[in-house]
Design a protein around this ligand. Structure first.
Ligand code: TZP
Ligand code: MG
Length: 206
């Protein structure tokens, strides 16, 4: 059966949470997460690989999947469930060649045009964003708003659509109402380390 994305797709960040990837993953899984992306823009490759390895072991023991951000090489070496690549990373075609048919491959887009171009790629979901302004991603592309989600939903048809950027407990319902299948979040979910499990539960009920 084709992989179905959960509604809430958490992304880790060691700086924002002040916690290791593993500790974030533990708390997110305790709150009900089944798919988590590891994102680390500053760790050296070897460190990110070690973090991926221990996190994947824990996640797999608890029935959850791990997607590695940016680095198809680390996804392959660590036995991750997939990779999430951006416009400037190793292309989805090359990632698919490396990781094989069973891997989950996600691809970032930032406009209706990029989303349309993504339709021919060997990917499992299209991400669109940022939806709202966010301080998490430096120099981010212009926000597309919920109107952008609506436009991209029409373009991509049945392809799973992940919305990202500035999403929180207050605006999440508007993002789903605009056609997103899934929302990916960092700040609202993990910025208060003591509340990660609770936030994960709250978001799933939103
Ligand atoms: N790509 C587009 S916006 C963004 C990424 C990785 C950051 C999302 O983080 P937050 O804190 O949920 O806005
Ligand atoms: Mg990237």
């Amino acid at each position: 059966m084709k992989f179905v994305l959960p509604k809430i797709y958490p992304i880790t960040d060691t700086r924002i949470s002040g916690l290791s990837h593993l500790e974030q993953v533990r708390r997110l899984i305790a709150g009900g997460a089944t798919l988590i992306q590891l994102r680390d823009k500053s760790a050296p490759g070897g460190e990110f690989y070690d973090a991926a390895l221990e996190t994947i072991a824990y996640a797999h023991d608890h029935g959850a999947k791990i997607i590695v951000n940016d680095r198809a090489d680390i996804a392959l070496a660590s036995g991750a469930d997939g990779v999430h690549v951006g416009q400037d990373d190793l292309s989805p075609r090359h990632a698919r060649d490396l990781l094989g048919p069973k891997a989950i491959i996600g691809f970032s887009t930032h406009s209706p045009i990029e989303a349309e171009e993504a339709l021919v790629l060997p990917i499992d979901y299209i991400a669109i964003g940022p939806i709202f302004p966010t301080a998490t991603k430096r120099d981010h592309e212009p926000v597309v708003g919920v109107a952008g989600v609506r436009t991209v939903r029409k373009i991509v048809g049945e392809v799973p659509l992940v919305a990202i950027g500035g999403i929180d407990r207050q605006n999440v319902a508007s993002v789903f109402a605009s056609g997103a299948d899934t929302v990916a979040l960092i700040n609202d979910l993990i910025s208060e380390p003591g509340l990660i499990e609770r936030r994960m539960r709250e978001l799933q009920q939103a």
